[in-house]
Ligand binder design. Structure first.
Ligand code: URA
Length: 246
C-alpha cells in the first residue's frame, strides 16, 4: 500500500498534510527516513515510524457511520442504497455492518471486517447495551416507564410457548431536549438485547408509537456528535481500545 494511505489510516492528517510531514523527514521506513509520501510500503513487514513512534498496522478496519434514514443496513441490495455504498471512497472489501438498524432509523453503526468483534457485540449472551434517542407520540406514564424497565411482552415466545419478556431496560430523559421541534416527547431508552424492531415494539406494547429513532451508543462506542447523517470516520485508537480490539 502507499505510505500516505498507511499514514492516513492512522489519522496522521490529510493527504496534503501527510505529504508535507513526510517531506519534512518525520517518517521513516525500516529506520531510514523517507521523503516521498507516494512510495509503496508493505504494511505487514515494513516498520513505519512517525515522529519516532512505530505505527502498527491493524489488519482489520473499523468505521463509525452515522447511518441516515433511507439507507439499508446491508452489504448489497438490488433496489436501495446500502450503508456500504456510503463508504465508496474506502476499500470496502469484507466490510459488514455490525448489526442492523431499520431503514427509517438513524445513528451509530459500526462497519468492520473483524468477524470476531461483530460476534462479540451481537452475541445474545453478551447483553451489550444499546442506547437510543426515541421520539414518541405521547408522554410515558409512570406505569409505562415501570413496564419498559421491568421487561414486557412484545409478542416473542420461548420454545415452550411461554412469553419471552424483554430484559430490564432503562428510560431516561435528554437533559437538553425533553421534546423535539414538533413538540413530541423525547426519551433515551437503553436496552441489552437486539431483537427485531425491538424499540418500536416495546413502545407499541405500552400503547405509544415511535416517530423517530436514533442509536446513540453500542457497548463502549458512542456516536460522534460531529458526524452528520451519512458521514463516517475510522475509529480512533481510544475507541478501539474501549472495544478491546487488539
Ligand atoms: N429497534 C428498532 O425498533 N429499530 C431499530 O432500528 C433499532 C432498534
Amino acid at each position: 500500500m502507499r505510505l500516505d494511505k498507511f499514514l492516513g489510516d492512522h489519522n496522521i492528517g490529510t493527504r496534503k498534510q501527510i505529504k508535507e510531514y513526510v517531506k519534512n523527514g518525520r517518517c521513516s521506513v525500516n529506520g531510514a527516513p523517507v521523503l516521498k509520501s507516494d512510495v509503496h510500503i508493505n504494511e505487514n513487514t515494513d516498520e513505519i515510524s512517525f515522529d519516532g513512534i512505530v505505527l502498527t498496522y491493524s489488519k482489520n478496519h473499523y468505521y463509525m457511520l452515522n447511518k441516515p434514514v433511507g439507507v439499508v443496513s446491508a452489504t448489497t441490495d438490488k433496489k436501495q442504497e446500502t450503508v456500504i455504498d456510503l463508504l465508496k471512497d474506502e476499500n470496502v472489501k469484507g466490510l459488514s455492518p455490525c448489526g442492523r438498524l431499520d431503514i427509517d432509523t438513524e445513528g451509530l453503526l459500526l462497519l468492520t471486517d473483524d468477524g470476531e468483534l461483530i460476534h462479540r457485540l451481537l452475541s445474545p449472551k453478551k447483553h451489550v447495551d444499546k442506547t437510543y434517542e426515541v421520539h414518541i407520540a405521547h408522554e410515558l406514564s409512570d406505569n409505562d416507564v415501570r413496564r419498559l424497565e421491568e421487561g414486557l411482552d412484545i409478542g416473542d415466545r420461548n420454545d415452550d410457548g411461554s412469553k419471552k419478556l424483554t430484559l430490564p431496560a432503562k428510560v431516561t430523559y435528554k437533559e437538553d431536549m425533553k421534546t423535539d421541534d414538533e413538540g413530541n416527547p423525547v426519551i433515551l431508552l437503553s436496552i441489552h438485547e437486539g431483537r427485531f424492531h425491538q424499540v418500536k415494539r416495546m413502545l407499541e406494547a405500552v400503547g405509544n408509537e415511535v416517530l423517530f429513532l436514533k442509536r446513540l451508543s453500542m457497548g463502549a462506542l458512542f456516536l460522534d456528535p460531529d458526524l452528520e447523517p451519512g458521514e463516517y470516520r475510522e475509529l480512533t485508537d481510544d475507541e478501539k481500545c474501549s472495544l478491546d480490539i487488539k
